[in-house]
Design a protein around this ligand. Sequence first.
Ligand SMILES: Nc1ncnc2c1ncn2[C@@H]1O[C@H](COP(=O)(O)OP(=O)(O)O)[C@@H](O)[C@H]1O
Ligand SMILES: [Mg+2]
Length: 503
Amino acid sequence: MQRPQLYWFGKAPDEQQVALVQEHKLELRVHANGQPPDFQHACAALFWATEGHFAPAAVCLRDHVKNALDDGVYVVAVVSAAEDDERLKNVSKLFDGVDPSNARKSHHRVLSAPVDLHQLLHQVLVHAPGVARNTALTIAGDVQVPKEGRFLLQRAFHDCTSVSLEPIAPGFSGADTFIVKATLKDSFAGPEPRPFFAKVGGSAELQKEMQAFSSFAEHHVPWYLRPNFVAERTTYGVEHGILVGTFVQNSCSLAEAVRTPNGARHIKSLFEETLAGLRQQKRATATASEQRSVVSALKDFCKREKVPPQRWKDATAKFGGELVDADTLWWRLLDLPKREWRCSAIHGDLHGENVRVRKEDAIVIDFAHASTGPACADLAHLEVSLVFDTSKGDQQGDDWRRVVDGLYESDAISASLTPGAPVQGSTWIHEAVAEIRALVPASVVDADEYKRVLAVYLLRQASYPASKKFPEHDEYRRTFAYWLACRLTESLQAEASSTVAVQ
Ligand SMILES: Nc1ncnc2c1ncn2[C@@H]1O[C@H](COP(=O)(O)OP(=O)(O)O)[C@@H](O)[C@H]1O
Ligand SMILES: [Mg+2]
């Protein structure tokens, strides 16, 4: 057993308890006040806050529970109290305070005395605390690593002598991502493994991401076209966690690839090879009689309340027309007559930076938002994010607007969804949009469905603050996205009322 220590706080163990711990092959560490516990080789920490010992045990729990949980330790507090007792509530509050998002919920519990120690020790033995932290690990690189991050790296790279971290431009989730060059302590194949990819972020969020990855990607996307996480290096603390995977070398983002000659072909391979297995799941149609319209099915993906009010006012001033506020726009979209729509498993965050292109392979990463939803949502999301992306600093203002304006006219959208429709221009934007729209008919019941979903994603584009890289340029595009969302919604309303009139 790599981590045999059992820490004991509060009421001291009696002879029988000591013997029972030894019988279970655990090393008892009775905590002496004033000495900070070191949980590196511990698997569990028991806080005996029973009658007459509540205060010292509760103090120790308050002071050490975070370190214990961050180290993978199983923490149990034993309180002799009725359910409504203030002491029990205080101990529960301590756990809630240190683990508010329940990231380590299965790693801590409160028990009411008397407790069957034999049974408790069995729970301790089935708990997997993970490998012991490697405190000798050297962490190099141009990054500040706080204590908690050091803990995580020491656990994730327990078998290494050193790691060197190189930050990667972050994605949109707020997590920090790195290329990790490690030196292995003891390897028959040599000390230098291939570089790793590591993502350090909120523990609960990363656990959700891994859950979504195993449900939607692991068995539905070919292993060479998705991330490959290294389970034994992936580690969670109470606040933060670390996901470790293999780094996709010599790749560029899809956003870069589509700007190269004939780059739009990668979009086809993304949908027809990488995501084909995922997208054919649950290919049912949601009928008109169902409660949810295709718009309301996208409510979690579009936070219209985040559209800055100034943006819709600017959209009117800059591009003309009488626009409505984001609430009204959203309600108008919800109000369109119900129609059938196609449902499938979706990636849920398919933008140009979440696809890495290596030679002819389109490798999809970041499955944090995978779910089931409108089958054309990934297509619309990718289309809007590529067309409105300013991160590469190309074409400014009005030149870009002229290209994009025509692409989002309702009739132009219908025409582009007709099989064999010619590409309307020669820019990479025309080619990428044509490639995406050629894939749309197989994912929708009719063209109207794609227009509704596009309107939602245009609105979504307008709901984010301008990027820091090119703030003015980005604000301009997001403002135009809002204007286009309004125009497209107006057309959808007009088309819906003329259909009703004909009937
Ligand atoms: N396995 C990988 N190989 C190479 N680069 C990667 C890998 N995973 C992520 N990246 C890079 O790190 C960035 C952020 O990672 P991602 O998982 O998308 O985080 P976020 O959730 O913050 O968007 C990506 O846009 C990509 O450039
Ligand atoms: Mg990402």
